[in-house]
Design a protein around this ligand. Structure first.
Ligand code: GLC
Length: 539
């Protein structure tokens, strides 16, 4: 599955922002890369207060992205190439410009329009304190006070994200029915599924209690429920969605974005009557370290197996620092996956890319499904030197300009040529909405297509083998007996993946033939540090 961050993929209409027509024109590239499906970040009308995760109309496309006719043509072209299309649905919150929220503001205290959101009176004299101590994920309180229609300061509304993203009240039957209608709207147009944004946050403790210290750090703890993350009643919503998806032929699918405490809690989202995939973020957040990765792989496979669902591996997405840049930092400690955690930590980018290439072969050899984030097949690094003025992530302003946020992994893709916009937009277009580094000249698709050792060609070969080899994709795996800082596993029939984390080169099994390697082997045929191979064995 290939994630397309639409604004940064390909621009056909010369405005410096990617669009559906641009994506459509690049479908042959994706078919050639060998992807089975595309997940597209939100393409709906939006003021873009949070990159489109603030939606005004769930059943239309943003004029910057194109028209509904573009969407239809794109879906039909993708299908003709055998590529399925997943959209991104954002059920936790709407935009503050959504007609429901505008109605809620205009109708005042006690109106039924306010029941679709979480409006509450403030605390303290005059109600000028937020109703509880919940925090916005982008910094500051999770509550904003409104001015009532009579001009007086009034109620507060909940927003777990930016103030422009008011949380919906999922206890409201109309909210539930409306989202199911949105699913049907796009399924009827041929869309094959949805990625579900913050799938673990929809339902809240009705009493909206203050969080204690543990809960403020996002954690649930083993034996209790968090007031707004990963509550048990959220699963009922997905059982309803599954029924909608199963009423189509072929059935439609869902993948959950759910940052939860343990693999077991995550597996609850993919029980047989719920969703199909849930991103395994433990794999993404793990440092490049054999023992940590092995623990994550084992824990995740066991939890998924218990519910009969495929594991879902991912290394990067539009919310985290690109993994070659994470792996460019010393891996002796867990450092966090956000760009802000990397600032000031010395980097060895060549090493980072070497590890990223090895990580790709590891991930693509594991049992289950894989999500790739656009540009990872080009070995793109996080853009770490974006000027303050170009930052758009709400984190930047909400943190009082102390956290720079996620723009550095969202810079437009370099396709060809020696200078920006690197074929992202036609010649003579407005500059790309985020500036591309000049150093990307040797990372373009065009440059890499011509180089047999490029990261692009490594991904192409890996995806081709993955599609053709009977041992890859779904199934099981078995660890081989190796030193602790090596990961080696076998899959039937006759496939082995080996990754060497140690500075001592690794002797490969004598009866094995190398079918793919993330980097050169040593002169005497051993596997160097931070390198992975796929092997065909006799047994
Ligand atoms: C998800 C999205 C992220 C967005 C947030 C709020 O985590 O991936 O980009 O900011 O939800 O919708």
């Amino acid at each position: 599955m290939y994630q397309v961050y639409l604004r940064s993929f390909a621009d056909a209409d010369c405005d410096g922002a990617g669009d559906i027509a641009g994506l459509r024109s690049r479908l042959p590239y994706l078919a050639d890369l060998g992807v089975d499906a595309i997940w597209i970040n939100p393409w709906y009308p939006s003021p873009l207060a949070d990159g489109g995760y603030d939606i005004v109309d769930y059943r239309d496309v943003h004029p910057e992205a194109g028209t509904m006719a573009d969407a239809d043509e794109f879906i039909s072209d993708a299908h003709a190439l055998g590529i399925r299309v997943l959209l991104d649905i954002v059920p936790n919150h709407t935009s503050d410009q959504h007609p429901w929220f505008q109605q809620a503001l205009a109708s005042g205290v006690g109106s039924t329009a306010r029941d679709r959101y979480l409006f509450r009176p403030g605390r303290g004299p005059g109600g000028d304190q937020p109703p509880n101590n919940w925090m916005s994920q982008f910094g500051g309180p999770a509550w904003t006070r409104v001015t009532e229609p009579d001009g007086q300061p009034g109620q507060w509304y909940l927003h777990l994200f930016a103030p422009q993203q008011p949380d919906l009240a999922w206890s409201h039957p109309e909210v539930r029915a409306d989202f199911e209608d949105t699913l049907r709207f796009w399924f009827d147009r041929g869309v094959d599924g949805f990625r579900i944004d913050v799938a673990n946050s929809l339902t809240k403790d009705v009493d909206l209690p203050d969080l204690d210290a543990l809960e403020l750090s996002h954690r649930t703890g083993p034996d209790r429920e968090h007031p707004h993350w990963d509550r048990p009643d959220v699963h009922d919503i997905y059982r309803g969605w599954r029924k909608v998806a199963d009423s189509y032929d072929p059935p439609r699918v869902f993948v959950a974005e759910a940052w939860v405490d343990t693999p077991e809690r995550m597996a609850q989202y993919v029980r047989p009557d719920e969703l199909h995939n849930a991103f395994n973020f433990d794999f993404l957040t793990s440092r490049w370290h054999a023992k940590s990765l092995r623990q994550v792989i084992d824990g995740n496979l066991a939890a998924q197996q218990a519910v009969g669902a495929p594991a879902t591996w991912v290394l990067s997405n539009h919310d985290v620092a690109r993994h070659p840049s994470r792996y460019a930092r010393p891996q002796d400690e867990e450092r966090g996956h956000n760009f802000d955690h990397l600032i000031g930590v010395p980097a060895d980018h060549e090493r980072g890319l070497q590890r990223a290439r090895a990580a790709a072969l590891l991930m693509l050899a594991l049992p289950g499904s894989v999500y790739l984030y656009q540009g990872e097949e080009l070995g793109l690094l996080e853009v770490e030197d974006l000027a303050d003025e170009v930052l758009t992530d709400p984190t930047w302003e909400r943190s009082g300009r102390t956290l720079r946020g996620r723009d550095g992994c969202r810079v437009p893709i370099p396709w060809s040529g020696d200078a920006p916009p690197f074929g992202f937009s036609p010649d003579g277009s407005a500059p790309p909405w985020l500036p591309q580094p000049a150093a990307w000249a040797d990372r373009t698709v065009h440059a890499q297509a011509a180089d047999p050792d490029s990261t692009l060609n490594l991904y192409r070969r890996a995806l081709r083998q993955r599609a053709d080899h009977p041992a890859l994709g779904e199934g099981t795996m078995q660890w081989c007996d190796t030193p602790a800082d090596v990961l080696m596993f076998a899959r039937s029939p006759r496939f082995v993946c080996a990754v060497n984390f140690a500075d001592t080169p690794l002797q490969l099994p004598p009866d094995a033939q190398i079918t793919l390697s993330s980097g050169p082997l040593t002169g005497d045929g051993t596997l160097p540090q931070d390198t992975a191979v796929w092997l065909q064995t006799d047994r």
